[in-house]
Write a protein that binds this ligand. Structure first.
Ligand SMILES: [Zn+2]
Length: 442
């Protein structure tokens, strides 16, 4: 039995074939529902604004097209479909009674430019597949005690208007009216784009769910990191979604002649910043948080000038806000100490701080049971370093997430690849998780 990547047509995936071969063999590709789920991921990948590559953004003709396609799949799975006031496609399987609460299951169909086939899409196609199993059972006279609603969000990535999670924030009732004036690259406002799409912007608030009538939200997603692959695990139990803090640091020394300024008199902003960056990285590793200095600029720098002013950015994420904030405090204290020693001034401007979201313990237990049922007796727990729609929903309802291993952790890249047998496991895990939630609700 040979193991090949589910998606092997890209050069990137071909180059990484060795790593794929290192993954232990599983079920035959294409068994169970995975065959259909993977074929659907291939099909939605054909909808793109790019000639070569995948790009689908909010309120575009691609958004219309992916909603149309996924609605067909939902209807053939036995779901009742509608597009909500924020453009999210929803497919509903009614519960045992008309007033039954709702368990939501979903992810997003929009992408970054030159995307892969699975980030978000796998969560939607898997949700439709799992819902079809429950639809069959409902047909046979065994309805769930709650309605099951599959969600296909049209804006998670925030590519077109710069604000992320628009579909799920509308559902959570946290839509910000200021967003209507956001403009895309062509100067079209979000309000205009909604109208062009056929939505009434003033009714976007009607997309909000009723938390009192919500059982919870489950999202399956590719991991977008290599931790599951490295641990030889197909599936992972998500514990929380990290909320990032982002800041810009400005270090000011004194510009001077590169030849004429002796070392003892230099107030070199770049040397101070370099020591600070190394210290920040060390603290991040020691504390087990994730920190990245992604930009560093010598302002008005020149080859023959001792740097007088440097600006750099910090992106900081951790499993919990407490861990993240403790690391932040230590980093800033170290930064100030380094600058004080070198007679440099330092200012820190924080321009983004999002709270992390904790997964709900009961829903996590259900996901854990789901993973165990696939034969993995000790499911791996991990937190999500990337943002997801589940974050927005977490503000109003319990949520949990299931991660599926992806090749080498590659994501936001055409080389995104998942294995058929992992997808089969993910489907079975979701189904088992929903059964357990149903058992507890009954
Ligand atoms: Zn995603």
């Amino acid at each position: 039995m040979t193991q090949t990547p589910a998606n092997s047509e890209t050069a990137g995936a071909r180059r990484r074939k060795t790593a794929v071969d290192a993954v232990p063999p599983g079920a035959e590709p294409g068994q169970g529902g995975a065959r259909r789920v993977m074929a659907r991921c291939d099909e939605v990948a054909l909808i793109s604004a790019m000639e070569h590559g995948i790009e689908r953004t909010y309120l575009t003709s691609q958004h219309k097209a992916h909603n149309r396609l996924a609605a067909q799949w939902m209807r053939s799975a036995g779901l009742q479909t509608r597009v909500d006031e924020a453009g999210t496609l929803r497919g509903r399987l009614p519960g045992a009674t008309p007033d039954a609460p709702v368990l939501y299951l979903g992810s997003h169909l929009d992408t970054v430019p030159d995307a892969g086939k699975y980030d978000g899409i796998l969560g939607v196609t898997a949700a439709i597949e799992v819902a079809s199993r429950f639809a069959e059972r409902a047909q046979a006279g065994e309805p769930l005690p709650f309605a099951l609603e599959v969600l296909a969000f049209g804006d998670e990535e925030g590519v077109r208007f710069g604000a992320t999670l628009l579909g799920s924030r509308a559902m959570a009732g946290t839509w910000d009216p200021d967003w209507f004036e956001l403009k895309d690259a062509r100067g079209v406002t979000l309000r205009e784009a909604m109208e062009e799409f056929g939505l009434d912007p003033d009714r976007v608030y009607d997309a909000a769910i009723d938390p009192e009538q919500t059982v919870g939200y489950l999202e399956a997603h590719i991991e977008q990191g290599p931790y599951l692959q490295d641990a030889d695990k197909a599936l992972g139990l998500v514990t929380s979604i990290a909320g990032a803090r982002r800041l810009t640091v400005t270090v000011i020394g004194e510009a001077g002649h590169a030849g004429g300024t002796p070392y003892g008199r230099r107030r070199d902003a770049l040397i101070g910043s370099s020591h600070a960056v190394i210290a920040i990285d060390r603290i991040g590793q020691e504390r087990g948080v994730i920190v990245t200095v992604g930009e560093l600029t010598v302002v008005d720098g020149a080859i023959n000038v001792v740097p007088g002013r440097v600006e750099f950015t910090i992106d900081l994420r951790a499993a919990t806000d407490e861990d993240r904030d403790a690391a932040y405090d230590e980093m800033i204290a170290e930064l100030q100490s380094i600058c004080l020693d070198r007679d440099l001034q330092v200012t820190v401007h924080e321009h983004h701080r999002a709270p992390g979201a904790l997964c709900d313990p009961e829903l996590m237990e259900a996901v854990r049971e789901g993973i165990v049922a696939t034969g993995d007796e000790e499911p791996m727990s991990l937190y999500s370093k990337a943002g997801h729609d589940a974050m927005a929903i977490a503000e109003v309802a319990p949520m949990a997430m299931l991660f599926t291993r992806c090749l080498d952790g590659i994501s936001h890249n055409p080389g995104e690849s998942v294995r058929h047998d992992d997808v089969d496991r993910a489907l079975d895990a979701l189904e088992t998780a929903i059964r357990r939630i149903a058992r507890n609700a009954a």
